[in-house]
Design a protein around this ligand. Structure first.
Ligand code: MF3
Ligand code: CO
Ligand code: CO
Length: 265
């Protein structure tokens, strides 16, 4: 993911706006399904059908994997990450939402060859105060990261803003999974760390499009990958994790949130 950062043309930006609006609309549709008693597979089926009916493709389905290393491609059309699952949770008929759970639903739609990527963490019924606080602070972390974006600024301004806020609450900021450039490919340069990272720190330019998608943990920032399914990422200490994600365009005078629900009718 290091290397040239593609500056989108006006036509590419219009195509990205459409893909991102579809992802946002799909996520809003999925939000209505989140209730006690619903399985994560029901959310998957709804996202799958909605995406196809819109003439698009669900990007997660059959994404990635490396069969030479025994890693299968992602088997479902959406990621559903419940409670201590940080990201890349696999929907299942056996996983039933219960009152007090939190679930991140991460939708990525491919429309006319362009990817739009967005997620939210939803609370299932009434949740514990500590849980609600984590979800609210994680949303604010994403928004502070986004508000740090300005043309001629730097990519690491984003992680600095996120980390400073998360640490006020003693929360862990996940490091292994980062935001990413997005366009005709799902993941492209630049990498967008959500913590104060070292390494590359490219300047932000109008026409860049990337995600901001902090994963914030109640306890340690450390994660553990499921050795059986090769996808599910959990907190190393088993405590809760929340995440929000928007796809962002850098503009001449700031940024546009391409996956903003306020843009939907
Ligand atoms: N949507 C995730 C992201 O924000 C990536 C999911 S990859 C999958 O980058 F294969 F797990 F779907
Ligand atoms: Co993403
Ligand atoms: Co995503």
């Amino acid at each position: 993911m290091s290397g040239h950062i593609h500056i989108k043309s006006p036509a590419e930006i219009e195509a990205m706006r459409a893909a991102c609006l579809l992802a946002a609309r799909t996520l809003r549709m999925a939000a209505d399904l989140v209730k006690p008693g619903v399985s994560t597979e029901e959310i998957n089926e709804a996202v799958h059908t909605y995406t196809l009916e819109a003439g698009a493709i669900p990007a997660p389905l059959n994404y990635g994997g490396d069969l030479s290393r025994g890693v299968p491609p992602f088997p479902k059309s959406v990621c559903t990450s419940v409670n201590e699952v940080v990201c890349h949770g696999i929907p299942s008929k056996k996983e039933i939402l219960r009152e007090g759970d939190i679930i991140n639903v991460d939708v990525t739609s491919v429309l006319d060859g362009f990817f739009g990527d967005t997620s939210r963490t939803f609370m299932v019924g009434e949740v514990a105060p500590e849980t609600k606080k984590l979800v609210e602070v994680t949303y604010e972390c994403m928004m502070r990261g986004i508000r740090a974006i300005r043309p001629n600024g730097r990519i690491r301004d984003i992680g600095a803003a996120i980390e400073d806020y998360a640490h006020k609450f003693g929360y862990g900021v996940v490091r292994e999974y980062v935001g990413h450039g997005i366009g005709r490919t799902f993941h492209e340069p630049p990498q967008v760390p959500h913590h104060r990272a070292g390494g590359a720190n490219p300047r932000l330019r109008p026409g860049m499009i990337f995600t901001v998608e902090p994963m914030i943990n109640l306890g340690t920032h450390e994660t553990a990958l499921d050795s059986r399914d090769h996808w599910t990422v959990r907190t190393a200490d088993g405590r809760l994790s929340a995440q929000f994600e928007h796809t962002i365009l850098v503009t001449e005078d700031g940024y546009d949130i391409l996956t903003d629900w306020a843009l939907l009718d």
